[in-house]
Ligand binder design. Structure first.
Ligand code: SF4
Length: 95
């Protein structure tokens, strides 16, 4: 489940970046794994999503949001859920 405590205030401006996403209007199934998807099929779908993210003008905002909210599923900001989990599991300088 996403962590909602680190999200910005629910002001419209806080989420305006989503209107500029390269994925806007595309099939969200490219970004989210169907049940029981594994192996090469999953890697291919994720790589295609990440290619689109690489062209996205709001990649950093999307990634920051996904990491802050601990989005549990899907490709956000060019990162898979596994990649985000690995980043979040790293020890921080703050301890
Ligand atoms: S970085 Fe990727 S998931 Fe995020 S808005 Fe852009 S295209 Fe969509």
């Amino acid at each position: 489940m996403a962590n909602l405590t680190n999200l910005p205030m629910p002001l419209q401006e806080s989420y305006d970046w989503q209107y500029e996403g390269a994925c806007r209007g595309t099939d969200s199934a490219q970004f989210f794994s169907p049940d029981a998807e594994r192996g090469s099929r999953r890697r291919f779908r994720e790589s295609q999503a990440k290619l689109l993210c690489a062209t996205c003008p709001v990649l950093e905002k999307c990634r920051d949001h996904a990491l802050s909210a601990r989005e549990p599923y899907g490709v956000w900001g060019g990162m898979t859920e596994q990649e985000r989990a690995e980043v979040l599991a790293r020890p921080t300088l703050a301890g």
